[in-house]
Design a protein around this ligand. Structure first.
Ligand SMILES: C[S@@+](CC[C@H](N)C(=O)[O-])C[C@H]1O[C@@H](n2cnc3c(N)ncnc32)[C@H](O)[C@@H]1O
Length: 274
């Protein structure tokens, strides 16, 4: 059994993980928390190695952990996209085994899907007829304004620099295009919150050990989820990245959220320089 290592990390007041080495400080609101989460500088290597290990069992684990609901959530992402024009292209960032890209294509085969991921073992599990590229979500290997839509599923909280990753998604999106983020939330308020944390912290690592032989990866999953921002904060990060009409929709009693925004035809900073 692979055991979880322990690290220190730093969050801002809203819980966004900023840094593992204190390099970015936000007033006096820092809180040190001992966790399995890696320092920011190590995060890309840590995340890629972890998904590399669990790739063959990733889809099965998702189905078991969510009782099959993950397929429904991905379909909601596809439904959130506007109808595609002819030859419309959608980028699935952190595509992994390609399930989100497939959900988009299944809903409307007019979408030409491109997936990008930095874990080759995950891409190897994707269907052969899906166009995929190896690449870093924080430095996307595409020119500006290439895609009519950009989607991601359970990826953003894995990024070392969330704002940079979102900025990259906005950069490759064409003006007028839609960006959709599917992500787990740190949990609902009220009675369900403690149950959600109990399930995530006690049940998921055991399931991960039995099914994927990797309790460590399935300890990282709940910890990275519980340390991530609420959808309202994610929505404000998307607005800060230049998107407009940003809205979040909660699924599964608030355990999962879909956040949608649109790239304006002229970004505010571009307007100022005219
Ligand atoms: C939880 S999986 C999600 C896979 C898929 N989107 C889904 O819906 O199941 C996260 C994926 O994001 C990828 N990922 C995380 N950080 C990345 C980065 N900086 N660049 C590219 N891919 C990244 C991982 O390799 C992994 O395949």
């Amino acid at each position: 059994m692979r055991r979880a290592a322990s690290y220190e990390f730093v969050t801002d007041a809203a819980g966004l993980v900023l840094s593992g080495d204190g390099s970015r400080r936000v007033g006096d609101t820092r809180a040190n928390v001992t966790s399995v989460l890696p320092p920011v500088a190590d995060k890309p290597r840590f995340v890629a190695a972890m998904f590399g290990r669990i790739a063959p069992r990733y889809d099965l684990m998702n189905t078991l952990m969510t009782l099959g609901q993950d397929a429904r959530w991905r379909r909601h992402v596809a439904e959130a996209l506007p109808p595609p024009a002819q030859h419309a292209r959608v980028l699935d960032v952190g595509t992994g085994t390609g399930r989100l890209g497939l959900a988009v294509r299944e809903l409307d085969p007019a979408w030409r899907v491109v997936g990008v991921d930095f874990t080759i073992e995950m891409l190897r599990q994707a269907p052969g007829d899906l166009d995929v590229a190896a690449g870093d979500a924080e430095r996307l290997p595409f020119a500006d304004s290439q895609f009519d839509a950009v989607v991601s599923g359970f990826v953003v909280r894995n990024l070392a620099d969330v704002e940079r990753g979102l900025g990259e998604q906005v950069r490759v999106l064409r003006p007028g295009g839609a960006l959709v983020v599917l992500e787990t939330t740190p949990g609902p308020n009220g009675w369900l919150g403690p149950l959600y944390r109990l399930y995530f912290r006690r049940v998921v690592p055991v399931l991960g050990n039995v099914i994927a032989g990797d309790a460590s990866a399935y300890t990282y999953l709940p910890e990275s989820t519980l340390a991530f921002v609420q959808p309202a904060r994610l929505a404000s990060l998307l607005r800060r990245s230049g998107l407009r009409d940003v809205r979040s929709r909660y699924l599964m009693l608030g355990c999962v959220a879909i956040t949608v925004g649109y790239k304006p035809h002229m970004l505010p900073h571009a307007r100022r320089t005219l």
